[in-house]
Design a protein around this ligand. Sequence first.
Ligand SMILES: *[C@@H]1O[C@H](CO)[C@@H](O)[C@H](O)[C@H]1NC(C)=O
Ligand SMILES: *[C@@H]1O[C@H](CO)[C@@H](O)[C@H](O)[C@H]1NC(C)=O
Length: 339
Amino acid sequence: MGTYFWISFLIIQLMVTVAKPQLIDSQLKLPNCPSTDPTLNYRPVIGIVSHPGDGASGRLNNASDVSYIAASYVKFVEMAGARVIPIIYTEPPEIINQKLNLVNGVIFTGGRTKEGLYFEVVKGIFKKVLEKNDAGEHFPLLAICLGFELLTMIISKDNNILEEFSASHQASTVQFVENIKFEGTVFGRFPPVLLKKMSTHCIVMQNHRFGISPERLQANKDLCNFFRILTTSVDKKNKVYVSSVQAQRYPITALQWHPEKNVFEWGSSQIPHTEDAIQVTQHVANYFVSEARKSSNKTVNSKVLDNLIYNYSPSYAGKVRGSFEEVYLFTSRPTLSSL
Ligand SMILES: *[C@@H]1O[C@H](CO)[C@@H](O)[C@H](O)[C@H]1NC(C)=O
Ligand SMILES: *[C@@H]1O[C@H](CO)[C@@H](O)[C@H](O)[C@H]1NC(C)=O
């Protein structure tokens, strides 16, 4: 028995010794990497529309034409493998249109402005998103919080359609509609365990005073032709509102909640930062950028570089009790970050 063991041991040793040169040999060869999918664009760029103000109640910049993008949206895009071009809403329409031709998808952020130039610009960009998709270009849109509310107003053509809810600084669950098909939605590649947790644990962040109830959405022909409801949530007064929708025929997702906050914002103690909450952010970002990769490659490299967010520096707004940790500020006058 002992002899047999030792012979086996020696044979294994011998095999390991003999195998070694082969290992080195294979290391010398160039790796044989399978080619990537030629139908996908692996250098996607996302346009994020700036919102009026400085995101810090004037504590960073009081200019009347200042607008901001919370850096959390930028990092959210970057973490999933895309770069950002800011679409500054005060810029002339020609510039905004040129930028839309450089990007592979758009984000409408949270905020509070529902009127004036900002509303008109968002409306115009939404129209362009539909046109691009109708013309056969896959061009995704992710609308978050205020973005969701603006789409609701624009699609219903009713600026009074929103209802009031009490969901400021509230972490919540989401309840999936009955018989939901996750495939092809933002939730399509979430692990089932995480989906279940989202319906039992408060791992999505809400921060809104307006919204729409499922009844009111379903009663509006334009809205229910355009969107299907994926989830609802409950506010602090037990009122149910629609929290996630997906366009029926477009790569457009609208979320009343804030996927970007879980990873990147620390200003409210309610923001969930558990590992599950972090994964929610990551899966939403991965979904959105994977949709942008389906957008045709139209990179005009020098123009992209001239317009990337890297041409700007963020300001630390969290330190002056702003609503966000970091914000990018855009104004025709010098901003704090460029002084
Ligand atoms: C995109 O197009 C440019 C110019 O035609 C080309 O040089 C580049 O390799 C393309 N990139 C991808 C990811 O297909
Ligand atoms: C903006 O105006 C307010 C009120 O006058 C003032 O308290 C604040 O310091 C100003 N902010 C900046 C960046 O100058």
